[in-house]
Design a protein around this ligand. Structure first.
Ligand code: AMP
Length: 273
């Protein structure tokens, strides 16, 4: 596995390649969720590139950029063992200058849900993903459905900017008790870890209601909120796959999303039905 730390070197390394490139962008502290993206990329491409970059522009002031978990050595081992060909590990100073051109998230879809409490977060996400795509020039890029709004906005960017990369959504990897894997789970105390299970439980209940033909979104959301109590809920929403609010669930075209705070840790989860 080759480890490269500057955009220039990576561009040069990949530029004459005629092979398909599968790309998995991450912020490190890799877990089984990331590994499932890497494995899918490994199966579907000749070259696999993973980036580990804690992108400062997607963190707002006061968020956990400084204390975001770092596991550089373990991450390198995981990438090596997962068959990654190139690990891109850039420094912020090589990705950004003082006075930057940036991308703006769409005014509606970028500022609801996650974007409502974190305005400018998705500007940072889209800007860094655009930069990374321009450096790697991937054939396929792999993103987790767990970050459903991020996946939706990146797909929108690719379409609206007429980019040629193929975006591949990957199912959410979960712990055996149902908690969605996340680099932030290590912030949870033992008690909080238990409380966090209310999140997958609320989604499971929503799925159960829908299988019983209860399709009214208000009824489902009310029940989910009950299950999530006393967690601090940022949002519980039921949307269609275009990320528009709906009043009735249409099976095959629905995403149910939850964000709740457990202690000081914000956790996201969703199901696609
Ligand atoms: P992050 O390092 O949190 O920026 O995540 C990098 C990529 O891994 C994103 O596309 C995430 O959606 C994806 N990811 C994170 N957690 C999971 C999970 N539990 N299952 C599947 N993909 C995930």
């Amino acid at each position: 596995m080759k480890i490269i730390s500057t955009p220039k070197e990576l561009k040069e390394y990949l530029q004459n390649s005629q092979q398909s490139i599968g790309f998995v962008p991450t912020m490190g502290a890799l877990h089984e969720g990331h590994i499932s993206l890497i494995k899918k990329a490994r199966k579907e491409n000749e070259i696999v590139v993973v980036s580990i970059f804690l992108n400062p522009t997607q963190f707002l002031k006061g968020e956990d950029l400084e204390k975001y978990p770092k596991k550089d050595e373990a991450d390198k081992q995981i990438c090596k063992l997962s068959g990654v060909d190139v690990l891109f590990f850039p420094h912020a100073k090589d990705m950004y200058t003082e006075d930057e051109v940036g991308l703006l998230a769409p005014k509606i879809r970028g500022f609801v849900l996650e974007g409502a409490s974190r305005p400018s977060h998705f500007n940072g996400v889209l800007t860094v993903v655009m930069k990374l795509f321009n450096i790697v020039n991937p054939t396929n890029a792999y993103f987790g459905k767990k970050d459903a709004q991020q996946l939706n906005l990146i797909s929108l960017m690719v379409k609206q900017m007429f980019m040629s990369v193929n975006i591949v959504p990957v199912d959410t990897a979960r712990e055996s008790d149902g908690l969605a894997m996340s680099s932030r789970n290590i912030y949870l105390s033992q008690q909080e870890r238990k409380e966090a299970l209310k999140i997958p439980a609320s989604l499971y209940q929503a799925g159960k209601m829908i299988s019983q033909k209860i399709l009214d979104t208000n009824t489902i959301i009310t029940k989910m909120r009950e299950i999530l109590t006393p967690l601090e809920i940022s949002y519980v929403e039921i949307l269609n796959r275009d990320f528009e609010l709906v009043r009735h669930v249409e099976i095959g075209n629905t995403v149910i999303l939850v964000e709740a705070k457990v202690g000081e840790t914000r956790l996201l989860d969703n199901i696609w039905l």
